[in-house]
Design a protein. Structure first.
Length: 202
């Protein structure tokens, strides 16, 4: 399924959570000073909203692949022989700087083995390709109920614009194939390893 709308390197994830924790701690202190029931309730809701906004970041699932293809209505519209499959999720406040950060990160990720079997080579080093597929379901929220909410996914026009920009940036460095934005797609690939990473913009 394509994305209605479809982020830092995981090494920085702890830093963001720490900053969010500090903000939430301050908000909770305000909550403790609220003397009325309605005051406490409003402050608590603000804490929850702040926590949620901290998670709204551009996301790309990177999967190392030996071969991959995407089919729409029985026709192959994109395929690669070797490289990565990218599932791209866009949320409301993402912009071109987010796309540029992740495009650069992906082409330089050292996720391919060298002659010693260690992950020391990038897509640029091995001449790999990318199959990019927009994926709004990366923003599915299942914390309440059983049906996912996709309210955090960007609207189609915004998402498509940023998704195309992201692909354009990638194609400046490596060969890129894509699916069709907004279409129902069948994605087939062999996950090499398996190696799967979740990247997020800062």
């Amino acid at each position: 399924m394509d994305q209605i709308g479809e982020r830092t390197d995981l090494s920085n994830f702890g830093g963001r959570r720490s900053e969010a924790g500090e903000r939430n701690s301050l908000l909770k202190k305000k909550l403790s000073r609220s003397t009325t029931f309605f005051g406490r309730k409003a402050a608590l809701q603000k804490v929850k909203r702040t926590c949620w906004r901290g998670e709204l970041i551009l996301r790309v699932v990177v999967q190392r692949a030996k071969q991959a293809s995407v089919t729409v209505d029985g026709k192959v519209v994109g395929q690669i022989d070797f490289g990565v499959v990218l599932l791209v999720g866009v949320t409301h406040k993402d912009d071109k700087s987010d796309a540029a950060y992740l495009a650069d990160k992906i082409v330089h990720l050292r996720i391919f083995e060298d002659e010693h079997g260690k992950m020391n080579k990038s897509l640029l080093d091995v001449g790999g390709q990318a199959l990019s597929v927009s994926q709004f379901t990366l923003y599915g929220d299942v914390r309440k109920g059983r049906r996912p909410s996709f309210a955090a996914a960007a609207k189609p026009d915004q998402a498509e614009t940023l998704y195309r920009h992201f692909n354009d940036l990638l194609s400046e460095k490596i060969a890129v194939e894509t699916g069709i934005f907004g279409a129902m797609m069948d994605v087939k690939f062999i996950n090499d390893g398996p190696v799967t990473l979740l990247l997020e913009s800062p």
